[in-house]
Design a protein around this ligand. Structure first.
Ligand code: NAP
Ligand code: ZN
Length: 348
């Protein structure tokens, strides 16, 4: 069987806009699921990679890693999905499956390196992977998850990256009703973190540079909002047990480390392209920890989807047509989105 041409939004260089092109998807193998993509969220990582902020971008490039779609084909030896199932695909589409971490379900720590759904060398099939800004994708069923019934599909798409990326560390650091949690940055990840940390029972404080987001933060469940550019508010802010940092650009992290309780932890999930400077004494006084977390494994991605279904959590989104993509990227670069763009891929 020949490879299948499908439509996609692709860019040919860091400074070029995305355009509609045809790409080829591989022929279905025994373990593969073919998915007709309905919706795909737009994460700041898509923008970072499209613009080559971190280096290592390979063009032509098709971003997209918050995929929700319908199963339209199943390989001969698949067991987990059937035609018409509504499914999701996040960042991970392959890993070694035998190292300690893969065996534990932490494919994001795979010792041989995992394959990202886009801009990644495809070790099994050759070439580079193309992501979810397209109409179809073919993925090994071990990296596909079920979207629980009851979740609104376009609003559920961001759970596949934003949701899992904030859920995984909040769970790892045992967030519950006895913890105070600060969330820096109210974008795609940050607004999901408010909802998930609240559902875990925490007292949630949001730190935002955008005063007009304050009311929304409270509506989404935050207990307190601090405008981080206001020195007085920062000075009088109560101390936090955990601070989840979702900021996408260089910023002064020391002023947040100073807001941690003794033994508190600040967790990086945002990935500014430039290194951040940390004053040693800021972590020393109070035995504080500086840490980080990278998405989450496949089993945990299913877990966060189930958690969100149980607690009635989805993203607040702006549903857009594919021809709006370059404006959406432009607005995302300025933090101007409430609070996640999601592409309606059927409209391409
Ligand atoms: P986003 O929607 O653009 O949100 C980022 C927020 O950070 C902005 O809304 C803004 O919030 C704040 N911000 C931006 N520039 C700032 C600056 N110069 N100083 C202070 N605050 C600033 O992005 P996202 O999709 O949530 O992604 C956030 C970051 O996480 C990105 O770097 C992305 O690559 C990374 N990411 C990491 C993982 C992982 O596995 N670790 C997974 C997904 C994404 P306010 O307006 O509220 O200040
Ligand atoms: Zn992402």
């Amino acid at each position: 069987m020949a490879n299948k041409p499908v439509k996609a939004l692709s860019t040919i260089a860091a400074t070029e806009p995305l355009k509609v092109v045809n790409i080829e998807r591989r022929t279905l193998t025994d373990k593969d699921i073919e998915i007709e993509i309905l919706y795909c969220g737009i994460c700041h990582s898509d923008l970072h990679v499209a613009q080559n902020d971190w280096g290592g971008s390979h063009y032509p490039l098709v971003p997209g890693h918050e995929i929700v779609g319908k199963v339209i084909g199943v390989g001969n030896s698949t067991t987990k999905f059937k035609i018409n199932d509504i499914v999701g695909v996040g960042c991970i589409v392959d890993s070694c499956q035998h190292c300690t971490y893969c065996q534990q379900g932490h494919e994001q720590f795979c010792e041989e390196g995992w394959t990202v759904v886009f801009n990644s060398k495809d070790k099994k099939h050759g070439g580079f992977t193309y992501g979810g800004f397209s109409t179809n994708i073919i993925v090994n069923e071990d990296y596909v998850v079920h979207i629980p019934a009851g979740l609104n599909l376009p609003n559920a798409a961001p759970i596949l990256c934003a949701g899992i990326t904030v859920y995984s560390p909040l769970k790892h650091w045992k967030v519950d009703a006895n913890k105070t949690v600060g969330i820096i940055g109210m974008g795609g990840l940050g607004h999901m973190a408010i909802k998930i940390a609240k559902a875990m029972g925490a007292y949630v404080t949001v730190f935002t540079t955008t005063p007009t987001k304050a009311n929304d933060a409270l509506q989404l469940g935050a207990d307190k909002v601090i405008i981080s550019t206001n020195e007085q508010e920062m000075k009088h802010c109560t101390k936090q047990d955990i601070i989840l940092n979702t900021v996408s650009a260089k910023h002064n992290i020391n002023e947040y480390i100073n807001l941690l309780n003794v033994d508190g932890t600040i967790i990086m999930v945002g990935i500014p392209a430039q290194p951040l400077e940390i004053g040693a004494y800021n972590v020393i006084k109070g035995r504080k920890s500086f840490s980080g977390s990278n998405i989450g494994g496949i089993a945990e991605t299913q877990e966060v989807l189930n958690f969100c279904a149980k607690h009635n959590i989805t993203a607040d989104i702006e549903l857009i047509n594919p021809d709006y993509i370059n404006t959406a990227f432009e607005r995302l670069s300025k933090g101007d989105v409430k609070y996640r763009f999601v592409l309606d891929m059927q409209k391409i």
